[in-house]
Design a protein around this ligand. Structure first.
Ligand SMILES: *Cc1c(COP(=O)(O)O)cnc(C)c1O
Length: 380
């Protein structure tokens, strides 16, 4: 008999979600507005704890797109973006007709390398094309080097956008990721730390900004009794049904973060004695990761029988356990082959050696013993 699949990250309901959905039905708020949308936004604002104003949207990708629209990014502008990320961080740059400039990672957080960032900004300015924005990612929940990156953006007066799609609940020096910049982006896709089945949010600094985002997200209707438009709009608002799932999920978010962090501890233990394999963790106590996904690096020059990342992935696959190489850097993707790139081979090396492991908050002791068995047999 086929064993149950162990997923990298699957939805984990807390129980209360269905009650919010039921009230949407009983009050007939089956629309992309209503009490759950308002309630979810206010829950997020409270949780982020920095007097932010949140617009809930249909996806994290939509939030990234609107952040570029709000910053006035136009055709043929340059936008700097972390190379090591999911394609959704970079695609919206093309939606507005701008061009991405990709930046390598550093080895401590796997996020944007401050040195390569500064080099890129200076080079673009020297060529008469100052970048319009920087898209920074907190990969797998790990906060980026926010102090350094922010200082560089401030010095050169370039707006910073934080793609915190994977990092809800992560903190840097005690402050929540997604609250450090002009705009923060959250995602509630099915595989993220909490889900609305599909959804996202834009974290704004002012009420005016939040209202402008909602304006763009609801087809940019001017104030008039008829439908009047002076700007191009989008259909990007979150459904009141989906927001109901989000309200229930907010109640278990911190519990689920604790469980994901326990999964990371489990892997720290599991690989402690295994030569050539290191588990990704925070560089120091300034960083608190939600450990959305736990990941390992496999140095096959040091492992027993020179086992590789791919050997581990295939051994898991045989047991119906999902694992996945790290994000393939954007500057190596065929679709972005003509984009500018600054840095060395850090992101590429991470991609070649890294593997994401099952990390869900709903994994059981039985799941963990199946995972342990694969590793113990492979490295025995
Ligand atoms: C998931 C994700 C997104 C996109 O979010 P969606 O809600 O799926 O559109 C953007 N950036 C990163 C880093 C992500 O992991």
């Amino acid at each position: 008999m086929e064993k149950n699949k162990i997923w990298l990250s699957s939805p984990h309901m807390g129980g209360d979600e269905i009650n919010y959905i039921n009230s949407a039905f009983s009050e007939n708020w089956i629309a992309p507005l209503g009490p759950n949308v308002n309630g979810f936004e206010s829950d997020l604002e409270t949780y982020l704890n920095q007097s932010k104003n949140v617009a809930s949207l249909s996806s994290g990708t939509a939030a990234l797109h609107l952040s570029l629209v709000m910053l006035g990014v136009k055709r043929d502008n340059l936008v700097i973006c972390q190379s090591m990320t999911f394609s959704a961080s970079a695609n919206p740059i093309k939606y507005v007709g701008a061009n991405p400039v990709f930046i390598d990672s550093e080895t401590e957080t796997w996020n944007m390398c401050p040195k390569a960032l500064e080099e890129a900004i200076i080079s673009c300015i020297d060529n008469g094309r100052k970048p319009k924005a920087v898209i920074l990612v907190h990969l797998y929940g790990m906060p980026a080097k926010l102090n350094e990156i922010k200082a560089i953006c401030d010095t050169h007066d370039v707006s910073l956008i934080e793609d915190a799609a994977e990092a809800l609940g992560s903190t840097y020096k005690g402050q929540k990721c997604g609250t450090f910049s002009s705009y923060g982006v959250l995602s509630f896709n099915g595989n993220k730390i909490i889900t609305t089945s599909g959804g996202g949010a834009l974290v704004c600094n002012t009420k005016e900004d939040q209202q402008k985002a909602v304006f763009y997200a609801t087809q940019a209707r001017d104030a008039a009794p008829h439908y009047q438009h002076s700007e191009i709009g989008y259909n990007y608002r979150l459904s009141n049904i989906c927001a109901g799932i989000g309200r229930g999920q907010m109640k278990v978010l911190d519990k689920h973060i604790a469980l994901r962090r326990k999964m990371n501890q489990f892997y720290q233990e599991l690989f402690k004695e295994i030569e050539g394999v290191t588990v990704f963790k925070e560089p120091n106590s300034d960083y608190f990761s939600n450990h959305w996904l736990s990941a390992i690096l496999v140095d096959s020059s040091k492992t027993k029988n020179n086992l590789t990342r791919e050997d581990i992935r295939l051994a898991f696959e045989d047991e119906n356990i999902e694992s996945r190489p790290l994000w393939k850097p954007m500057h190596l993707q065929p679709v972005f082959e003509n984009a500018l790139y600054f840095g060395g081979s850090v992101a590429e090396d991470l991609f070649n050696e890294g593997l994401c492991l099952p990390s869900g908050s709903n994994l059981t002791d039985e799941d963990r013993s199946r995972i342990r068995k694969v590793i113990n047999e492979l490295f025995k």
